[in-house]
Design a protein. Sequence first.
Length: 519
Amino acid sequence: MRLRIPNVDRVGLVLDISRILAARQINIISMEVELKTIYLEIEDVAEPIRTEIIRDFQQIAGVLGVFEINLMPHQEKSEQLKAVLASTGEGILAIDLHCRITQCNPAAEAILGLTAGEAIGKPVQDILPKATALLDTLRLGTAYDNKETVIGRNNSHCLSSGRPIKDQSGLIIGAVAVLKDIRDVRKLIHKVTGQLTFTFEEIIYTSKIMQRVVDMAKVYARGDSTVLIRGETGTGKELFARALHAASPRKNNVFIALNCAAIPDTLLESELFGYEEGAFTGAAKGGKQGLFELANGGTIFLDEIGEISASLQAKLLRVLQDKKVRHIGNSREITIDVRILAATNRNLEDMIAKDLFREDLYYRLNVIPLFIPSLRERSEDIPVLARFFLARFSNKLNKTVDEISEKALRKLCFHNWPGNIRELENVMERAVTIVEGNRILSEHIVLQYDNVGKSYDHLEERTLAQMMEEAEFEILQAALRKYHSSRRLGAALGLSHTAILRKLHKHGLDGSRRNGERR
């Protein structure tokens, strides 16, 4: 039975209440006294006695009323605190002066991998082996924010912020840590930074060869195996990597892209694996997580993988084999769950033969190979890509350029495109920049050089497909005079041996004849 008793403040009121209960031999469980209000919890009694007690209390001098309540003030505050702790998405861990855990909310249970019953009462060092910052907060009263903390049970990480708990006189009576699951931190970074997302539906093509590549990539995306994306510079390897991630079960987690050729080898290792404080001159205070850790649960894309050094190849091989990373300056290994996508425009097989690339790493990376065709192999996609870039740069440059002439398209289609789609993108941006009207003409298409070396202005009566077929025949015929064999011809034109044989057969050319004659 719980009662709230408003009253006029006077000496002896609590004694009068106690006498009434003592006369009936009723035990007081708890009593809270506030200014002009007394809260009373007594053992439960039968209804007739309950009514008599309330009547007797009302007759005490200074009592203004007697009301039954559901909870005592301290119970109500405790329930409110539990509700608050349970509703927050961040882990709350409190310790007392003896470093024992006194509070552990559901979010902390999930982060720590144990129940509140398993944690409460235990020394905090048993749960967080490196809780140095929290212990300093308890000892010195110093606060800290977002310290990386190792969790002992599952050897994972969280971010911890700590504050001292003080009584009304300012004495430290404990400390509290706010824990953030490192996975939630990564998701927040992913959301706030607005990472570039790219899907297969955004890949622009009309060619059958690209349709086959996209169809295969969609199948690969559903798995979790390592994919090695091969293709020339500018073919869109990173876009395919992003599309693979966006179509995978990991799509809601972080995607991290790293160009291995853009970072010096000495820095690349620390970027990938992270380091401890003091691991080397210039190391940041508190150390730093590596990209493999930051990508945990998501995908990491290693572009230009053929450029990494032999020593780094060995360390990367260990990550692929064991799914564990080790900070520079630390012997402790951290388990990671990351899908690895890699890309290169180098011939890794030739590099292996020259001892420039590890064969065992090659087979770890080349679980699923994905070959992106060059723009030369998908020339029927050039018009649709050109129009796409025309619309993009017209909008970007605040122009109203919405047409491209047939002569301009022919000029684009007869170019060899060594820089592939990236080069085409640059050419179209240049054209939109220099054009004064709303139509791109052939003179606005400024190319680095003309591989065909002839004008097609007089061929307006012929279709684009017919002119492309004729140009392809002339190029193959001229190239055969120089390279004499289909294999050398394919290597020179950037085509596979199968592809070059198919084209030679289509035009009736014999790759074994020195003059490139028709059969």
